[in-house]
Each structure stands twice: as C-alpha cells, then as structure tokens.
Design a protein. Structure first.
Length: 300
C-alpha cells in the first residue's frame, strides 16, 4: 500500500475544498505528478490532473493543437493510436493531453474543470518538476510555462520544481516504495500541499493577477522529510540595483540558486506571467504576506 506520508499540516480539516488543476511538463504518468495528485486529494482538495501524454520538458510556452498519438504514452500508459486527449480507465480525473504543457494546462482549465468541477479551478499547481527551474531557466521551462498559461487565463498558479528524483513511472511508488524517486515525490508533494494550504486558506485574492510563484526545493539527500525544509523568499537572479520586498533586514532578496544550494530550503520567487522575470517589491510583498503561515526563515 502506497504511503502518502502526509505532514501534520495536511491532516487539518479544510473549511472548504479547493478546486485544483495540476499539470507539469514531465508527463501524466510520472511518479511525481501521481503522488502530488494523491497528496492533494488526501488533503481534502478536489483535484484534476491534466498533463502531457509524453515528456515535454523544455517546451516553455509553446503551444500546438493536440493530436492522436502516433506512439504510446510515456511508460506505455496508453497505446499508440489513442485520441488526442484521454483519461485513466478507472479515474476520469487523471487525464493526458497529447500536446505541450501549455496545452495540457489550458485543457484542464477550459474543458475538464467545467466538466468535473462545474467551474474554473481555484488554483493551478504545475509540477513539481523533476529537476530544478532556477534563474533564467524559467524562460524555457514547460512547468513554468503551464503555470504562466493559467495566470494569463486569470487562474492563480505556481510552478514547483525539485532537485531530486528521476523520470520514472507512477508504478514505482508501489514497486519501489523506499527508492530515491519515491521519497522525493513524497517530500516534494507534501511541501507543495503545504504551500497550497498557506496560499489558499486565508480570505482575499489568492495571488495578484499577472504573476506566478516559482518554487524550488533543495535535494532530499540531507532532508529526510518535508518538515526538514524551511522556506526562503527569493528572486530569480540577485540584483543589487533593484529594491525588493523587505525581508530578513534587507531589501535585496537572495537568488533562488543560493537558497537551494544552502541546504534544506524551499525558495519562493514571484515572477511575471508574461515576461517570466522578477516583479516589483509591491507584488512580491503581496504574495509573501499570504505565505506567512509557512516556516519562513532567512539564510544563515
């Protein structure tokens, strides 16, 4: 039996379930996204998975019309000749789209959410990506592209990425429950669910329009559980000429890379959904203020 390894935070009852669409660029059948689906569902949210049929890493904000598959879905999770979009035979909330990450996110928002939720989603989770998306790499990341597509559609969204883990099938969650990729999937999924709870559980706009949060998790090697991690507010690239939101006694945020390289930390940057670059201090502060229930800290 797969263990969800839910953190204490996730065991608390929610006043109302949040309708969530999750997507990624690694594909609909990876261990990481299926674990994320399970953890968010187990936390009381109503979740729809809408992700690419195949690994579409590095596609940024590219888009194409989804088409029938000329090869099997990743890990043979659907046969060649399958239609352009489809779902798991036993769970209609697990969906593939034979297109790019942007197309999968759009399908989840515009088609699946109205069908299954009866309304647009409250929040879009993109990822966690298998591998980090730090600094200007976000310009090419399909995971970030999917989150930006959601924000451009008026849906609050965040992109999540983690250093650890591999591109493996969701079946390994059961067949290799103590494997490194399973442990990474569990830890990162719990952290992401903690973020979702923090950003959605207080009154007011979830995120300002036109921005997304870009979240990166350090490697799990010395961080055995989600409670090992602390959260640090950051920016894509350190810039001494820019004035950032005031945190830790300074108005210059650290770079994402410096945070993730420093130990058991999760970096949180706020970027524009159009330019995919850092936003101003006012927008940073609006997002950071909603995350104060997380164990936020300063770099040592």
């Amino acid at each position: 039996m797969r263990s969800l390894a839910l953190s204490f935070t996730l065991l608390s009852a929610y006043a109302a379930a949040t309708n969530i669409v999750i997507s990624n660029d690694d594909g609909w059948a990876t261990a990481q996204i299926r674990q994320q689906y399970d953890v968010l569902t187990g936390a009381g949210h109503s979740v729809i998975l809408s992700a690419p049929a195949l690994n579409q890493s590095g596609k940024g904000s590219l888009s194409k019309t989804p088409s029938p598959l000329t090869e099997p879905c990743e890990f043979d999770s659907c046969p060649a000749g399958s239609p352009a979009t489809g779902s798991n035979a036993t769970n209609s909330r697990l969906n593939y789209v034979n297109g790019y990450p942007v197309d999968a996110a759009r399908f989840g928002i515009q088609t699946l959410a109205p069908q299954l939720h009866g309304a647009p989603p409250d929040f879009v989770v993109s990822g966690p990506n298998i591998g980090s998306n730090l600094g200007l790499v976000v310009l090419f990341s399909g995971t970030v592209g999917a989150a930006c597509e959601a924000a451009r559609s008026g849906i609050p969204a965040a992109a999540f990425s983690g250093v650890s883990g591999s591109q493996v099938s969701y079946t390994t969650l059961d067949s290799d429950p103590r494997g490194a990729s399973t442990l990474a999937a569990q830890i990162y999924s719990n952290l992401t669910a903690d973020f979702v709870q923090a950003v959605t559980s207080t009154p007011g706009a979830v995120l300002p329009p036109g921005v997304i949060a870009n979240v990166n998790y350090a490697a799990i090697d010395s961080c055995p559980t989600s409670s090992s991690y602390k959260w640090v507010f950051s920016r894509l690239v350190w810039d001494p000429l820019q004035t950032d939101a005031a945190t830790c006694g300074t108005q210059h945020l650290p770079s994402e890379s410096s945070v993730v390289d420093a130990g058991c930390y999760a970096s949180v940057s706020v970027i524009s959904s159009s330019s995919k670059l850092d936003v101003n201090a006012t927008l940073q502060s609006q997002v950071f203020d909603r995350l104060q229930s997380l164990p936020v800290t300063c770099l040592d």
